[in-house]
Each structure stands twice: as C-alpha cells, then as structure tokens.
Design a protein around this ligand. Structure first.
Ligand code: IP8
Length: 257
C-alpha cells in the first residue's frame, strides 16, 4: 500500500442510487446530496468525492450498449453518456457548494500520469488549498472499444494511490443485506455467499461494489457501506465511530487479489 499522506484522507463514493432516483431517467436528488454535503463540510476531514452515474450515466449507457465488461464501438453512445455524467456532476457540485463544500470537479483521466505519481500530489495540493476534489465514473477507450470505468473502481485506485484511511460508500440501502434483508455488520472474504441478489446496472451493481470493497480492505483502507439517505449515519461512518451499516474487513494476511 502507498504510504498514507501527511494527514488522513477519506474517499467518499456517492452512489448513483442516492444522488438520483434510478427508476426515473435524469431525476436528481438535490436535497439528499445537500444533506451529505453538510456532513462532509462539518466533518473537518480531508475528503475526496467520487460519484456514480445513477439515472443519468446509466440511462445513456444502457441505451447505447455501453458497459464495463464488453467494449462498444459507439462514439455517439460515449458522447451522450459522458454528456450525461458531466451534467450530473455539475448538479452534484452545485449541491455540495450550497452545503458549504468547495468542490473541484475533474474527469478521472485528469489523473493519468499526472506528475508521475498517479495524481497524488495534484489531489494533495487541492486538499491543502481547501478544495474538495470531486470525480465520477467515466468512459474510456481500452484499445478494443469504449468501456465504462465505474466510480467504484476509481475509489479503489484513489484509495490505493492516496493511502486512504477509510472509504465510505453511500448507498440507497443500509449496507450489504443478507437474504433475510438484514444488514451484514461485518463482511469479510468468507462472508459474501448469502448476500441479497441486487439489480445489476451497466457496471455490475452490488457484486462489483463488494469485490472493490474487498480490494480496498485488503490494501489497508477501512471500507464502510452506509445509507446515503440517512445523513446522520453517513456522518458517523465518515468520522469512524459506531454506525448502522456494513464494515468490510479482510482477515489479516488474506488478499482478495
Ligand atoms: O455508477 C458509472 O459509474 P458507477 C458511470 O459508479 C457511467 O458505476 C459513465 C455510467
């Protein structure tokens, strides 16, 4: 794992199912994002925000057959999906600003090869300057075609690069649920078999989230999954105190690969 920064950094994923209503295309939840923004602003922590696509990015991605698993040749689909993401990002940043956060939005590709350190000093400078870096799931050409790069995967890369102490993932449910709908308080390498089946989206839904959470946990970042529709619990999850939700832990010495 990369050595931690001079001060602890927390990565926050604002899930698409929190910041939008995934059942209604292009429906944005201003009040929910403002409430999370207030928790971020009042936490006093150094926070990097990543947000998902929800009913903006995923609506366009689905329409044009874009996904994280299969490359697509559609430049029109890329253009419209990215357009929807930039549109959503502007809304997220406006809500965060209204809540007292000072967002600095950028595409995750801004970080590629930046300063030769994967963008770490770029992000640290933003934080030192009092800004909150905000990035989002995006579309990349991998040599074979266009694919979606999920915000969850970006969280893994950022957590590793920054040596983040914690990653808090805000969902539209109270955490990872078991088959009976109860919150699994601690999830480890051997505890995933009985999770509730979840709706898939263009980037794999809860299954991807859990595997990415395990990757982060195995490299030393504590991962907390919490309802983003319960700002008080989100705030506790941020601060590292007891909260209602799921903590992802990997038994010592076990790597998720
Ligand atoms: O919602 C997907 O990000 P996610 C972003 O974090 C796009 O998987 C472009 C649909």
């Amino acid at each position: 794992m990369t050595p931690a920064s001079a001060w602890p950094i927390t990565v926050v994923k604002l899930g698409g199912s929190v910041i939008t209503d995934k059942k209604v295309a292009f429906s944005y939840r201003d009040m929910a994002v403002r409430a999370l923004g207030r928790a971020i602003a009042s936490s006093g922590l150094q926070i990097v925000v990543v947000h998902g696509g929800g009913s903006f990015g995923h609506t366009e991605a689905k329409k044009h057959g874009l996904s994280s698993s299969r490359p697509s040749p559609s430049p029109k689909g890329v253009s419209e999906t990215r357009g929807a993401m930039f549109n959503l990002d502007a809304k997220v940043c406006a809500s965060l600003s209204a809540a007292g956060v000072h967002p600095y939005p950028f595409s995750p590709f801004t970080l590629l090869d930046r300063d030769g350190d994967g963008g770490r000093s770029f992000i640290e400078r933003l934080l030192q300057g009092g800004a909150t870096p905000v990035t989002f799931g995006d579309v990349v050409h991998d040599g074979k075609g266009f694919r979606i790069l999920s915000g969850d995967t970006i969280c893994v890369e950022l957590s590793e690069m920054l040596g983040a102490v914690r990653c808090v993932m805000a969902l539209d449910v109270d955490g990872v649920l078991d088959e009976a709908g109860e919150v699994i308080k601690v999830l480890g390498e051997r505890g995933e078999a009985k999770i509730s089946p979840a709706l898939a989206d263009s980037t794999g839904g809860i299954a991807l989230k859990i595997s990415e959470a395990l990757r982060m946990a195995s490299s030393g970042t504590e991962v907390r999954l919490v309802s983003g529709l319960r700002p008080a619990e989100f705030s506790k999850a941020l601060k590292g105190v007891t909260f209602h939700g799921t903590t992802v832990k990997v038994p010592h010495g076990v790597s998720s690969g």
